[in-house]
Design a protein around this ligand. Structure first.
Ligand SMILES: Nc1ncnc2c1ncn2[C@@H]1O[C@H](COP(=O)(O)OP(=O)(O)OP(=O)(O)O)[C@@H](O)[C@H]1O
Ligand SMILES: [Mg+2]
Length: 310
């Protein structure tokens, strides 16, 4: 459970969690300790590459809301300095899986995370792991840009300030983060203007700058372009391409062209009705993006990407 103290120190979550989610902080959440690993036969796949540095490994991940399984049997790994895309029809569990990657379900009412998520080889849900530090290192950008009602400068400086960075350092930190988010040139003369005075696409880049200002390792993006026009979308896509030199990015998108354009690997999820008549999300296929879009291994993937299903 998240405490008040967490909130005071948890820069990434304070900086990125919308107000309605902050309000849910006192709800009980059960996080199930991962089961001990069972030895199992390794099936070689095209994705096996010893040179890949893995950031996340998800094993038999299942998420339940109030006891109802939303998604189960998710096995995938996410490599450093790559862009991994999650695609699939609405309600199949993309956001649910994304939120497992920075323990956002700690603040989701009734959520239960089962299975194993490792982050750089460590159990992300281990008892000694500081959830506040997790959310600093693994930042999040939401579908709807959510700048604070503060100046552009203060939006970006907020996280570093809470993290104890000196006032004298903040100017450089803000410039650096805004430059990396490809927004500096557009706002350098109006840093004292409200973040809310920017256009939708600029606000989304401001939120990306805010996430970058606390020097994360991973940036999670949940449909970051869905409210943007094609020009603003192209800017964010170019930006992601730049950012992957330094960061690991996971993006949820409904835009299959976007997944095909920007990502290195793609996970296709779908929801299927189980024996009890409940819709449960499943990971159908996870592969190199080019392979998944040109020669999918599962007819359900092919049906979805060719528009015949979903
Ligand atoms: N906070 C919650 N409480 C209860 N059920 C939830 C909650 N969040 C998601 N669900 C359920 O879990 C399932 C997966 O939802 P999720 O939001 O992960 O899907 P999604 O693939 O991101 O969909 P979309 O593309 O519409 O954003 C859905 O059936 C949804 O109703
Ligand atoms: Mg979603």
């Amino acid at each position: 459970m998240r405490t008040e103290e967490d909130l005071a120190t948890n820069v990434a979550s304070v900086a990125t969690v919308p107000a309605d989610e902050m309000a849910m902080q006192s709800v009980d959440v059960e996080v199930v300790v991962p089961a001990p690993e069972e030895p199992e036969a390794e099936v070689p796949s095209e994705r096996d590459d010893p040179a890949r540095e893995l950031v996340f490994e998800l094993k038999d991940l299942e998420v339940r809301y109030s006891g109802n399984t939303a998604i189960r049997e998710v096995n995938l790994d996410i490599a450093a300095k790559e862009i991994t895309a999650f695609i699939g029809p609405s309600g199949c569990g993309k956001t649910t899986v994304l939120r497992c990657l920075n323990r956002m379900h700690d603040i989701t009412p009734g959520a239960q995370v089962i299975g194993s998520v490792t982050y750089h080889g460590e159990n992300l849900y281990g008892p000694k792991v500081d959830a506040a530090e997790v959310r600093r290192r693994i930042g999040m950008v939401f579908q709807k840009a959510n700048p604070f009602p503060k100046t552009i400068f203060d939006n970006v400086a907020y996280g570093p300030k809470i993290n104890g960075r000196k006032r004298s350092e903040l100017g450089d930190i803000v410039e650096h983060a805004l430059t990396r988010a490809a927004l500096w040139d557009e706002v350098k003369d109006k840093l004292k203007h409200s973040g809310l005075s920017l256009s939708g696409g600029q606000q989304q880049r401001l939120c990306i700058a805010r996430a970058l200002a606390v020097e994360p390792d991973v940036v999670l993006m949940d449909e970051p372009c869905s409210a943007l026009d094609p020009i603003a979308t192209a800017r964010i896509e170019d930006l992601m391409d730049e950012l992957k030199r330094d960061f690991t990015i996971v993006i949820v998108t409904h835009n299959m062209q976007q997944a095909a354009r920007v990502s290195d690997r793609t996970a296709f999820f779908t929801a299927e009705v189980d024996d009890a008549g409940r819709r449960v999300g499943r990971l159908v296929e996870f592969d190199d993006t080019e392979k998944l879009f040109t020669a999918p291994g599962d007819p359900r993937t092919e049906g979805y990407i060719t528009g015949r299903f979903g």
